[in-house]
Design a protein around this ligand. Sequence first.
Ligand SMILES: [Zn+2]
Length: 227
Amino acid sequence: MTTRPTTAQPAKTPGTAKARAVPGRSRKPDVQRHLIEAGALLEGHFLLSSGLHSDKYLQCALLLADPKLASDMGKSLAALQEEIPDAVVSPAVGGIVIGQEVARALKARKAFFAERVEGALTLRRGFRLLPGEKVVVVEDVITTGRSVKELVTLAKSWGAKPLAVLSVAVRSVEDPDFGVPLKTLLRLPLVVHKPEDCPLCRKGLPLVKPGSREFRKMADTAKKGKA
Ligand SMILES: [Zn+2]
């Protein structure tokens, strides 16, 4: 096998990175199709926890609940990362599964997750980073990027060196600045509306609350639709 093409990479890569090819596929999978098939990406009129309304609802955990797909996503994300990290660090809960899969695919020696303790992301359970260790931060979905930014800072506070941020999907309109490259399999900018000027409300579309009976019916229908 010759050198893997790196066209999927953003232009920014760490200057010190010594390329080491990761075995496995280099082409991005059709993540959006997988999300729809898993009932993880729904279209309609949704009430978000922020109180805002949106025409799409994404629950990446439903995709990662399929071990085969979780493994594939991990391999595809790992293929975007040239320099092998010592550790993968993810924010709990959303990042745990994909963090483990990316770590496995990259052959990183550690897959840690950070949990909120009194509001701050913290390494617990004896998880520890060593000074100089190379770290990749892995998340399932980045929306504001707040948790990931916090994790990059946390890794640095241990003396570790963040290399990159990898995320299955990015929902922000513009990439948050993490100080390291952000690599993703899917960009799906989140469009939200205030209830008072929501075009979906004006159209009279019923507002669905995620987790409600109506919502579960939609998710079931979406899944059946693919069969
Ligand atoms: Zn609305």
